[in-house]
Design a protein around this ligand. Structure first.
Ligand code: FAD
Length: 426
């Protein structure tokens, strides 16, 4: 990989990926074996504290996503940072119903793993160092984009100078506030959940034993995820504004409130939380463009769908997008990588998974935020029904593991255009 900070030599590419976050960097790696000349433009340096993608969020990485990371060749670099999820407990505050899922009951060693976003970013970027068909422009910000018949022209700010790049295909992996979406005037629906997620690492009295807990409350869910060194990742969603008070509390005061918030069952397994790390917060929105395609442009990752973290699917969806797009571009090579048919084939493949995941996470967020008696009935009934009917429970678990429609080859251990790779993630 060439790290070009200020230069104007090579400027014509087959594919330019705008955004080198989790989605963009995953796609760049998935295209490493392709015949294409690829560039990745990223506005923020990877090690900067302001890098928005590679921060200290603990991400639940689904089983199928772990397989994609393994086939991409970075699982060995991640394994010491990954904690397998073997049991999941879902409940609702002040209601008796609960769902318990055990991976062993389903014939799997785990449902996936918890990995810090920063660790995934580091592993991706390290591996990209040796990718010979990739040029990286960082820090570089896309300023304008002009799709044409045969290519797209882009102007990028490299700090001291502006450069012009061209590409047959541009992939917008520039996040929920995608500037490409805005520049191309793609109509986008944005729903503000009026909720904010407060995250931190917390240490319980007892070992987590690979158990994950999610408790729904009317003010938002609290998730406790098994993490390295017997720590847990905490994602506590509160009504917008309430996070200010939570962030200001002393560690002791915060832990007291958290211990009151988690379910009896969580407490039974983990005891009290006794230590907490740095707290940060994220306002939550649903961002859904009317289309993910424009001439010679395709949106992936959060640029195509930023969702509520209650279902822990945002990165998993982004990774399946990247894997599917790479597969189509590599295996349906027709001489023009920005060909509209390619992009339509990608969109038709990915739409059912994207729509189902959005419906599920948005439905959960709205149902649990609704104080009405009907919503309350559906909630209680919904949780109880999952526990009573094993096929429903199995469907829920398989969905969380990323088995949603046609799986990309990378999730099946195959490298597009090459073939099978051995298995390590389990
Ligand atoms: C609290 C929380 C918890 C979550 N937990 C989970 C979980 O457990 N599991 C899961 O799967 N997902 C989870 N997610 C979702 C997940 O973090 C996102 O879906 C994922 O990070 C999206 O990555 P992305 O690369 O598409 O976007 P981003 O991470 O936003 O990256 C976009 C990149 O584009 C760059 N960029 C933007 N504009 C420009 C420009 N003009 N020029 C150049 N570069 C540009 C940015 O600097 C950035 O690096 C969670 C999210 C939150 C908020």
């Amino acid at each position: 990989m060439q790290d070009r900070q200020v230069t104007g030599t090579e400027t014509n590419f087959d594919i330019v990926i705008v955004g080198g976050g989790l989605a963009g960097a995953s796609l760049a790696l998935a295209l490493a074996n392709s015949p294409y000349k690829v560039a990745m433009i990223e506005a923020v340096e990877s090690r900067a504290a302001t890098q928005p993608s590679y921060d200290d969020r603990t991400l639940a990485v689904a089983w199928t996503s772990c397989r994609i990371l393994e086939t991409l060749g970075i699982w060995d670099d991640l394994v010491s940072s990954a904690t397998a999820i073997k049991e999941i407990y879902v409940s609702e505050l002040n209601r008796p119903g609960k769902v318990q899922l055990k991976s062993a009951d389903m014939g799997f060693a785990n449902f996936g793993s918890i990995i810090e976003a920063r660790a995934i970013g580091t592993a991706l970027l390290q591996r990209l160092e040796s990718v010979s068909n990739l040029s990286r422009f960082c820090p570089a910000r896309l300023n304008s984009i002009e799709p044409g018949d045969k290519e797209v022209t882009m102007r990028c700010d490299l700090g001291a100078e502006e450069i012009t790049l061209t590409a047959r295909l541009v992939v917008a992996a520039d996040g929920a506030r995608s500037s490409i979406r805005e520049m191309l005037a793609i109509p986008t629906e944005i729903h503000d959940y009026q909720q904010t997620a407060v995250i931190a690492n917390v240490t319980p009295e007892k070992p987590h034993q690979h158990r994950a807990f999610e408790r729904f409350t009317q003010s938002g869910p609290v998730a406790i995820l098994p993490h390295v060194s017997d720590r847990c990742g905490m994602v506590w969603t509160v009504p917008r504004g309430d996070e200010k008070a939570l962030l200001k509390l002393s560690d002791e005061e915060f832990l007291t409130q958290l211990n009151q918030r988690v379910s009896k069952q969580t407490h039974e397994f983990l005891g009290d939380f006794v230590k907490i790390g740095r707290r940060t917060s994220y306002p939550l929105y649903l961002v859904q463009p009317k289309t993910n395609l424009a001439p010679r442009v395709v949106l992936i990752g959060n640029a195509a769908h930023a969702i509520h973290p209650n279902s822990a699917q945002g990165f998993n969806l982004a990774l399946r997008d990247a894997a599917a797009l790479a597969e189509i571009l590599i295996e349906q090579d027709c001489g023009d990588v920005g060909n509209a048919e390619h992009l339509r084939a990608y969109d038709q493949w990915r739409e059912p998974d994207q729509q189902e995941t959005i419906r599920y996470s948005d439905g959960l967020a709205r149902l649990f935020a609704n104080p009405g008696w009907l919503a309350s009935l559906v909630r209680g009934g919904g949780i109880a029904i999952h526990e009573l009917f094993p096929p429903l429970k199995r469907k829920l678990a398989l969905g969380a593991m990323g088995f949603r429609g046609r799986l990309p080859k990378l999730a099946r251990g195959e490298v597009p255009g090459i073939g099978n790779r051995g298995r390590k993630a389990s």
